[in-house]
Design a protein around this ligand. Structure first.
Ligand code: HEM
Length: 415
């Protein structure tokens, strides 16, 4: 029999991804603040919210010296350690990895792009992408792997926002996956590979995306905003590159997980799918409930700046602490019927997109995108069915942070 700590460690290694929920439930009820190897896992809603919110006590930046990274580096060769430090030297220029003043400066620049007017303009672009992808899917006539839709839609949307050529979508997906998997790993080979991919990706951003702006300054508003800030010395050149990078990282795989895992959940809980088809304008509410239910980013990492008490447990300074959003979003202390997917439940403010100063910058992008996708699916294919037994889906290949299946076969059976 495995201990709770071993069960939790397995999730973080990516081993229980087909069904982590019983483990999350037990952690939340029996050991809500638990040391798991070199880190701490926090599973109740209130505690997770405090961790995510309180920037004075919990840092994003300090992950470089946090207990989890230290334990990982202890197992590396000297050369592997050096590569890890070079990688983190680049990545600490990424907004999501910065703290208070630095963070607010970078966020203040980027957030001007994400205005409601812009999201409204993007709606028709998104609808066009959804329609094209569904028409392609329909052409497959038979079993369609919905993962393709779920990855292609956010890739197209983010490529459009960033102004990278649509033909480079697959390069971008591969690069973000290679770099992304190093964030939660103990494996030196992944870190070495991520560093190589990072150097190449930063060159790509400079030579393709930024160069397009240099030749044709009016071509993309987001890049223009960033380059103006660089010209005024409010951002360094590396910060500009890393901002583009974090938008691609934050915007693609997360949204893909919401779409694919979300569709699986609706089809498994068929009544929920029917409720959506009866009135497709429920798609917006469904997206919000699916964010809570799926929690595409399973946890949000922080490092304690000083010794600090979380949920009654004293945690020393410099410790990696994971706010387990997956567990918190099903906490019965916070939500009535927390253990049920219910798209008609009304607003249930959750932590799937974070909380406070670092709240997801792309929240209106992903909400709009997912709403259009679900609505179009419900309108066009109310009879859609899973074409595999959910028990047979393969969850083992995903990045544990972003748990998802390798393939999601469906038959669309047009109405
Ligand atoms: C379902 C899709 C998404 C999920 C689940 C998600 C989740 C999150 C979460 C949990 C955070 C907070 C991290 C923290 O507190 O440390 C965050 C931040 C962020 N997200 Fe998202 N996100 C999604 C989509 C997007 C999209 C589409 C974009 C870009 C357009 C984006 C860009 C960002 C950025 C740049 C940050 C960092 C904000 C900051 O440091 O101030 N995300 N996201």
């Amino acid at each position: 029999v495995l201990t709770l700590e071993e069960d939790a460690a397995a999730i973080f290694r990516g081993e229980r991804l087909e069904d982590p929920w019983p483990i999350w439930d037990r952690l939340r009820e029996e050991a809500p603040v638990l040391a798991v190897g070199p880190m701490w896992v926090v599973t109740r809603f209130e505690d997770a919210k405090t961790l995510i919110f309180d920037r004075d006590r919990y840092s994003q930046r300090l992950w470089v010296g946090g207990s989890r990274a230290e334990a990982m580096l202890a197992g590396f060769t000297p050369e592997g350690r050096e590569i890890w430090h070079k990688l983190t030297d680049l990545e600490k220029n990424m907004m999501s990895r910065t703290d208070i003043e630095e963070h607010d400066r970078l966020r203040g620049i980027a957030h001007r792009y994400f205005m409601p007017r812009r999201i409204r303009e993007l709606e028709s672009v998104m609808q066009g992408f959804v329609d094209d992808l569904l028409t392609e899917a329909e052409a497959s006539q038979g079993v369609y792997d919905f993962k393709r839709f779920s990855q292609d839609l956010p890739l197209r949307v983010m490529s459009h926002i960033i102004g990278s050529p649509q033909v480079d979508r697959h390069y971008i997906l591969e690069a973000t996956n290679r770099i992304g998997r190093a964030a939660g790993t103990d494996r030196e080979d992944y870190v070495r590979d991520a560093y190589e991919a990072r150097l190449a990706f930063n060159r790509y951003i400079d030579e393709v995306i930024l160069d397009e702006h240099r030749r044709n300054p009016g071509s993309n508003e987001l890049v223009a905003t960033l380059m103006d800030s660089e010209a005024d010395e409010r951002m360094s050149p590396l910060e500009v590159t890393m901002m583009i990078s974090v938008l691609l990282f934050g915007g693609i795989e997360t949204t893909s997980v919401l779409l694919s895992n979300g569709l699986l959940e609706l089809l498994r809980n068929r009544r929920q799918w029917e409720l959506l088809c009866e009135d497709p304008s429920r798609a917006g509410a469904a997206v919000d409930e699916l964010l809570r239910w799926v929690s595409p980013a399973q946890w949000v990492p922080r490092t304690t700046k000083t010794a600090s008490e979380v949920g009654g447990v004293e945690i020393p300074a410099g410790q990696t602490v994971m706010a387990a959003v997956s567990a918190a979003n099903r906490d019965p202390r916070e939500f009535a019927d927390a253990g049920m997917l219910d798209i008609l439940a009304g607003a249930r403010p959750h932590l799937a997109l974070g909380f406070g100063a670092k709240f997801c910058l792309g929240s209106s992008i992903l909400r709009t995108e997912a709403r259009i996708a679900l609505r179009s699916l419900a309108e066009r294919y109310p009879d859609i069915e899973l074409a595999a037994d959910p028990e047979d889906l393969d969850w083992s290949v995903s990045n544990p942070l972003l748990r998802t299946m390798a393939e999601l076969p469906v038959s669309l059976t047009p109405a």
